[in-house]
Design a protein around this ligand. Sequence first.
Ligand code: MN
Length: 374
Amino acid sequence: MSDTKIWAHSGDSHLLEPDDLWHQIMPKQQADRMPRTERISDSEERVTVDGTSFTRPLPKIYTRKGTTGETIAEVSSRPPGARDLVQRMKDLDEEGIWAEVVYQSIGLWCSLIQDPQLIRDAARAENEWLVSEVQGLAPDRLVPAALMPMLDVADAVAELQHAADIGLHLISLPTGNPPGTKDYNDDSWEPLWAAADEAGMVIGFHIGTDGIDQARAFGGPGGAVLNYVNTTYGGQFVAQKLVLSGVFDRHPDLKVLISEGGATWVPFIGDRMNEGYRQHYMFVRPQLQRLPKEYLYENVYASFQHDETAPAAMTAMGYRNVMWGSDYPHAEGTYGHTQKTLHELFDDVSPEVRHRITRGAFEELFPHVSAPPA
Ligand code: MN
């Protein structure tokens, strides 16, 4: 293994918001209703959103494992920069991570809010905070994802335009449909895709955002990993819905990023869709201008962190929009062993493939980011 530092952009990172974020940026009456978490034991936390609570398991200790399962380090807390943006940049420099797509953490629970006014106001406040307090710290490296009010399509369109106006480059949508709205393949969403296309806004879907039930659908032996794998599929379905409903026929320049869900599913799902499209042609509507797999390969980007087969999606299966991601600072991520992971993934592929997966695909979505140190 070479010891040269590999610099990579990350298509999947997160921000741990300050505990009092909502109270910093919203009136108290509204802030009190926003998502919050509290640790209720060593192994559980309670999530409360607008008066409704549920508990979820917490890892007791963050065990960092290599790609062959060996323990790299055991640490009892998050990375030092998890909550401190200045320290975060030091962590990134040490790990070899340059630019990042930055999703929310607690903000991801906002998809459970059911009051349109509350989520409208929260999204507006959060996005302004993201521009001034996050993106503003390193505009050539940090690409925070806008929070979106998704209970009403017109609200989503308005906030997308606001997010674009204040300089954000990416919106974050849940893979599962928000309560009360039609599915993403329904024509009612067309104004949102059109607005994203017009604003040049990338649409990010982080896996595991299709509701709390998906994350605990299985019990019994193997349940933890079954649930982990299960959170992946929502990203695959949302990509299929956009392709098959003709969104990319109408908006050939629209770019979608499916974060944290791996990359080899793209060739697989592409093949399945093509077979269905061809063999069941008589039932298919709408008819597309090209085969489904072509849109999946062109308009959809997919990030992975450890998957050892992911580079082969490009080298062996012709899918070029494979993007690496660190998932910093989450337990599933590469913090503490990023260089080891990058070397294991990329030492045996060509420089072109390595460049495309660690940098090229990311820079295609976000051409404004700067280049890492040579
Ligand atoms: Mn992630």
